[in-house]
Design a protein around this ligand. Structure first.
Ligand code: TPP
Ligand code: MG
Length: 342
């Protein structure tokens, strides 16, 4: 990583201030939405398994800033940040978590199955690794249609242990697809750390590179400025020259694997590691930076928080007032539906 990048970015004045505020706004909105979900989850109105992205907001925020609604994205079980950053409807997401008909999956998918095709968010899947070939197929479709749109595939570190990951990477390299695979490495698969799942010193970026993927990079969310610059570079190269890219981004999930609580007491990770990542929380770091750089940042922030919290209240009201699906809805829209169920 070029050490100069961070310093140069810091020096950029007005236009970078604008960009930083957009990043902050998007991250703050995602964080507040997920905190509201966590707070309300114990009421039992949202009955689906829910994997929060709190702590992992930065990468999808930057990627969505650097791409357009015409570009496509697919995601995993931990998909809220990806969906929201891409511009997915908040009301329809919260309704989905409540299992209501107005949900983005008609209440049938829950938190792990979000979709909003209007903004190019093509879906997420609960099966680890499952959306990797789907995103790769989307990139192939875009290539056949000669659109120049990029396909973004979000995946967790554990998904690199699935066979389909390698098959998809191979296919994307072979067909020179315009695709960016974004591996969010939060160090864990549920309660199992990387060192218990993979041999020491395995470098996934090098492995992917050796398979013919030209644009690869090892990145971290702990350096916001560098992450922005590097993602801009990689996406720019894919847009200009075509072909696949792969980035591994170090990140950290704050809450339990699935659910609204903290779970450090279980013992699979220790408090000092958690505190270490909390110290470099990208949202807090950005807030500190903006407090120093932006005149009357506190006032701007207060207004922003008020707007977001009103929007969240409206989304929960919408979800609660939405109707439940009819019983027959459960059998509709499925792959093997032959229309026989009345
Ligand atoms: C094919 C498959 N195997 C196992 C599971 C159970 N499972 C759900 S989430 C998860 C961990 C995934 O870890 P990672 O891809 O690193 O994403 P993270 O949860 O850390 O964001 C596992 C093993 C599953 N859903 N699908
Ligand atoms: Mg993980």
């Amino acid at each position: 990583m070029d050490e100069q990048i961070g310093t140069k970015w810091m020096k950029m004045k007005k236009e970078s201030e604008k960009e930083k505020k957009v990043i902050y706004k998007t991250m703050k909105r995602i964080r507040m939405i997920e905190e509201a979900i966590a707070e309300k989850y114990p009421e039992g109105k949202m009955r689906c398994p829910t994997h929060l992205s709190i702590g992992q907001e930065l990468t999808p925020t930057i990627i969505s800033m650097l791409t357009s609604k015409r570009d496509k994205a697919v995601s995993t079980h931990r998909c809220h940040a990806h969906y929201l950053a891409k511009g997915g409807s908040l009301k329809r997401m919260i309704a989905e978590l409540h299992g209501k008909t107005n949900g983005c999956c008609k209440g049938k998918g829950g938190s792990m199955h979000l979709i909003d095709m209007k903004v190019g968010f093509m879906g997420s899947s609960a099966i680890v690794g499952n959306s990797i070939p789907v995103g790769t197929g989307i990139a192939l479709a875009e290539k056949i249609r000669k659109t120049n749109n990029i396909s973004i595939v979000y995946l967790g570190d554990a998904a690199t242990e699935e066979g389909v990951f390698y098959e998809s990477i191979n296919f994307a390299a072979l067909k020179k697809l315009d695709i960016l695979y974004v591996c969010e490495n939060n160090l864990y698969s549920v309660y199992t750390p990387l060192k218990e799942r993979q041999p020491p010193n395995r470098n996934i970026v090098e492995t992917v590179k050796s398979m013919g993927v030209e644009y690869t990079k090892n990145l971290t969310e702990r350096k916001t400025e560098d992450l922005y610059k590097e993602l801009k570079l990689v996406l720019g190269k894919i847009k200009k020259n075509g072909g696949p890219g792969f980035v591994e981004v170090e990140t950290y999930r704050w809450r339990e694997h699935c659910g609204p609580n903290y779970d450090n007491h279980i013992g699979y990770r220790n408090e000092s590691e958690f505190m270490e990542y909390q110290k470099t929380d990208p949202l807090n770091m950005l807030e500190q930076m903006l407090t120093k750089e932006v005149v009357e940042f506190e006032i701007w922030k207060e207004e922003l928080e008020k707007r977001i919290s009103d929007e969240i209240s409206r989304a929960f009201e919408y979800a609660e007032q939405s109707p439940w699906p009819e019983e027959t809805e459960g059998i509709k829209g499925i792959y093997a539906d032959n229309g026989s169920y009345k």
